[in-house]
Write a protein that binds this ligand. Structure first.
Ligand code: T46
Length: 168
């Protein structure tokens, strides 16, 4: 796929992604923190869309029993926001916006990392007990995935407001 072939998905972006929506000028790594509501019995975390989670939650899934040495992800999403929380165990997540590539260690049930649109993600080094909980802003849609890194870079470049001429 080349940049001209992916003009379709870019043109169809429901949020009209550009600038802020694509994360320009923002930190690549954004943590979302959840207060632990504890008492003498233990701890509890409540995850609420548009409250502790910065979007309405349409889908929840979790990764568990990931085999040793296996890495997952290796894709970006055109129109999906997610928060990933390691509720038990740990894993390393790499985020890449085409300009910056940073990594975080997820190992806390009281904070998650925000996965914005058009950010390439990879997950590595899952501990045997890792349960990675993911809250998603949209239902599952395979057509929303960009699974080729070169296509991702081309689409990012095409959507960069610095490259927009402003007219047709
Ligand atoms: C992401 C990272 C963090 C479904 O049928 N429904 C779903 O909601 C999901 C998430 C997946 N699937 C199917 C699609 C594949 O046949 O489950 C299989 C494994 O999915 P995938 O290879 O995409 O899994 P990961 O771990 O590479 O990526 C997942 C999410 O798909 C992705 O959105 O951001 O976790």
């Amino acid at each position: 796929m080349n940049a001209s072939q992916i003009a379709g998905p870019a043109a169809l972006l429901p949020h009209g992604l550009a600038g802020e929506g694509l994360g320009y000028g923002r930190e690549l790594i954004e943590w979302v923190r959840f207060p632990a509501l504890g008492d003498e019995r233990g701890s509890l975390v409540a995850l609420e869309g548009m409250k502790s989670v910065p979007f309405p939650i349409k889908r929840v899934y979790y990764l568990f029993a990931t085999k040793e040495g296996v890495a997952r992800g290796f894709h970006a999403h055109i129109n999906l926001r997610q928060v990933a929380i390691c509720v038990t165990g740990s894993c390393r997540m790499v985020l890449d916006d085409g300009c910056r590539r940073e990594e975080v260690l997820l190992r806390s049930p009281v904070q998650g990392v925000l996965l914005r649109e058009m950010v390439w993600r990879e997950m590595h080094d899952f501990s045997p007990d890792c349960v990675l909980l993911v809250l998603a802003s949209e239902h599952y849609d395979e057509s929303d995935y960009i699974r080729n890194y070169q296509d991702f870079l081309a689409l990012r470049e095409q959507m960069n407001p610095m490259n927009q001429t402003g007219g047709m």
